[in-house]
Design a protein around this ligand. Sequence first.
Ligand SMILES: Cc1cc2nc3c(=O)[nH]c(=O)nc-3n(C[C@H](O)[C@H](O)[C@H](O)COP(=O)(O)OP(=O)(O)OC[C@H]3O[C@@H](n4cnc5c(N)ncnc54)[C@H](O)[C@@H]3O)c2cc1C
Length: 407
Amino acid sequence: MTKVLIIGGGHAGANTAFALRKDGFDGEITIISNEGYLPYHRPPLSKDFLKQNIAIEKLGFKSTDFYEEQKISVNLDTHIDSINLESNLAITKDASFNFDYLVFATGASPRLLPMENADSKNLFYLRQIDDVLSMHQEISADKEMILIGGGYIGLEVASAMIELGLKVTILEAEERILQRVTSREVSKFYNDFHSKKGVRIICNAKVTNLNAENQMINSVSLESGESLAADIVLVGIGAIPNTQLADLIGLECSNGIKTDQYCRTSIPNILALGDCASSFNTLFNYELRLESVPNALAQSKVVSSSIVGNELFNNEMPWFWSDQYDLKLQMAGLSSGYDECHIFGDIDAAEFIACYGKDGYLIAVDSVNKPKQFMLFKRALTNGFKLEMSLLKDKNFQPESIFSGSN
Ligand SMILES: Cc1cc2nc3c(=O)[nH]c(=O)nc-3n(C[C@H](O)[C@H](O)[C@H](O)COP(=O)(O)OP(=O)(O)OC[C@H]3O[C@@H](n4cnc5c(N)ncnc54)[C@H](O)[C@@H]3O)c2cc1C
């Protein structure tokens, strides 16, 4: 019987198992997870679960019964330390697992702050349920929270903490928040929105010291000379793909485990997907490493297809979402290299779509609170429509016309 062993029980790993069963694979499927919970939804960790609006039981993808019925074996609290390629074994400290196909779905880990006192008890990173459970012990309305990093995690946590009544400061090292992922226009919109909600945002902020006593940080010093009081510090400065195991067995890695469009690595029976993989995407003709749930889901179908012998490949248009306050941000396409940005809708009313163009054509959109129209743009980008920016800039343009042909 063919054995598929999946390392990692996150979105990528679990959905690979589900896709295999959907595709009719009747061999053995084993998921190895070094976390103590059945595979669960990660996005609520910085949103509703952080605010304690949903119970831990609601985070799981599926119940224990489901895994039993589907004959998917899940080994929790189990860490794969090494792999023996000659005998096709994945090895933990006290057991080993045999495989015909090995799937790397090892995800990513928070980038650590290389600084004295970064191991203090009130400094947190946010990746797993246990991180949030530890944070819950420290969160209360009267406290001051310093968020190091003005990316999605920092901003989502800021919105959650402000709603819970904490005093929140974001320290962003770059000249604007979300600099790596969006335009000046959208960064400014989020900067203004958070500021109005009471978040203090300091850009160009270089943290020089975490000042601590008894392993508890009490203030954070900046290069500017300013010192900020802190009860809780959260660091959200990006994530690094978990490629240590892949490196050990000589898989080609460069910002993630390199794969072809079928999610196959440089070793034929080993595949990789999700946050840990840098996968060739035929839409762009280069490798992309994306950190998003839609990416993990799309690639899980590709991995399954590669194992059962179908012919799916990576041609998914990247997309992502982020929820802050009552703002639903949805992004589709890759905006890097854009040469114009047109705002469709009303940015002051927090209902708009930033349309990014290159050489006269639309390449990506960032949508705030326009989910229906976002879906139209996303569909157009996914289907390879060449939408002229001049058309989008026409004051009579309506996204509905993209598919009705009336424009
Ligand atoms: C707080 C937070 C909020 C997010 N919000 C959004 C959002 O709103 N929208 C969105 O699209 N995306 C969001 N993301 C990103 C999204 O969650 C990830 O892209 C997605 O989880 C990637 O899935 P994955 O399975 O590749 O990796 P992961 O979910 O990281 O799963 C990998 C698993 O493998 C385990 N593992 C690693 N090495 C080993 C080993 N050697 N042995 C055993 N197990 C191992 C890890 O511990 C982990 O459990 C968010 C991420 C975080 C952290």
